[in-house]
Design a protein around this ligand. Structure first.
Ligand SMILES: C[S@@+](CC[C@H](N)C(=O)[O-])C[C@H]1O[C@@H](n2cnc3c(N)ncnc32)[C@H](O)[C@@H]1O
Length: 354
């Protein structure tokens, strides 16, 4: 997923830098602004026990699967509904169930009725976040997954795997320039293709991981670990508004929506880390409360907090230092022509040995 602030292309830099600071006996890695979960996933593969958290529910779902799921999914109870599953090799069952869901008939539901041309053309606001077919397909799949859960035909591990697969797949067909803060007037090429549900990757490993869906300043009171990695928003852009559709597909809770983009209420997910006035105090509280041997913070040179702010706060906890790297700016896509002063930013990894 093309996510604002994703660390996918910085994983090597993060791992190399972290390894230069930590002792070899570290076992637990906490990723408390987890987003897509890509950092936690990387360290899960390296054998760590991961504790992940994010304030957004769609991110909880992604992490509940990518991090929380660590054993093969067998779909044993679903055989009642899909008898053919019985003869499928265990490692192929995930793909089989996704193919089955890809084939079901589209159905009008909340996504079609509010975010597709067909469902909105006679309403106050016309929206085109998905083609009509893909909107209906998304609704049908989402409803089916919920029905299976209510009828106890899937386990919660299987449920989060399926919703993760749906979030990742629908995102690929969205008619946006990347984030959901706006949709495109014309259906772009990728949005015209028929939605196919691709199985999300499953990372098998021995640990029991923990995944939370809370404000980081609350969750940090109850978790502890060797390494605490923090990757907060860098600027005023709220994730809740930029990814509101993923939140609605994940929750599927028929929210009240408003405006051109069909935004849901996000008071509970509004982040103080996006507020110039409040971020430093919030960050200071977090650092003071944190229970970890090492704390790392990703931030860039254009963020709301200055280098001096960060150094001042992190030094309260122990010996401070940083690594840095030049980095390409996040672009929605090639059509993103907002005027920026520079095409590159400097990405910092601050740390403190507590
Ligand atoms: C820079 S992104 C993290 C990106 C992630 N490392 C990745 O590679 O995908 C910041 C994340 O912090 C989350 N967030 C913002 N404020 C938060 C808060 N107060 N508590 C928990 N999570 C928060 C956002 O929802 C967003 O997913």
């Amino acid at each position: 997923m093309n996510y604002i602030g994703s660390k996918l292309s910085l994983l090597e830099f993060l791992e190399e830098s972290i390894n230069k600071v930590i002792d070899k006996d570290c076992e637990t890695f906490c990723d408390l602004f987890a987003g897509t979960g890509v950092v936690g996933r990387h360290f899960k593969k390296k054998g760590y026990k991961i504790i992940a958290n994010d304030i957004q529910y769609y991110s909880y779902v992604l992490n509940r699967h990518y991090i929380g799921n660590h054993k093969e999914l067998k779909f044993t109870k679903l055989i009642k509904e899909i008898p053919e599953l019985k003869n499928i090799k265990i490692s192929d069952k995930k793909t089989f169930v996704c193919n089955y869901l890809s084939e079901i008939k589209g159905e009008k539901g909340f996504i079609y009725n509010n975010y597709c041309i067909g469902g909105t053309k006679n309403k106050k606001e016309t929206r085109q976040y998905f083609s009509n077919e893909n909107g209906m397909k998304c609704d049908a799949i989402r409803k089916k997954i919920e029905k299976w859960k209510i009828k106890n035909l899937i386990s919660s591990d299987e449920y989060y795997f399926l919703i993760t697969s749906l979030l990742e797949s629908t995102d690929k067909y969205a008619n946006t320039a990347s984030v959901y803060g706006a949709f495109l007037k014309k259906l772009k090429k990728t949005a015209q293709n028929n939605l196919i549900l691709k199985p999300a990757q499953l990372i098998i490993n021995d640990h029991n991981h923990e995944v939370f869906n809370e404000d980081v300043n609350k969750v940090s009171e109850k978790v502890s670990g060797d390494i605490l990695y923090l990757d907060p928003p860098y600027n005023h852009r709220q994730y809740a508004t930029n990814y509101h559709l993923l939140e609605t597909i994940a929750k599927y809770d028929n929210p009240k929506i408003h405006g051109k983009t069909g935004l849901r209420d996000y008071q509970k997910e509004k982040s103080l880390y996006c507020s110039k006035v409040q971020v430093k105090e919030e960050f200071k509280n977090l650092i003071l409360k944190a229970k970890a041997r090492y704390i790392f913070l990703s931030y860039n040179n254009e963020g709301l907090m200055s280098l001096d702010d960060i150094k001042e706060v992190m030094s309260l906890k122990g010996k401070y230092g940083y690594f840095k790297k030049e980095y390409g700016r996040f672009k929605a896509d090639k059509t993103d022509n907002r005027k920026h002063k520079a095409t590159k930013t400097v990405e910092y990894l601050h740390y403190v040995v507590c």
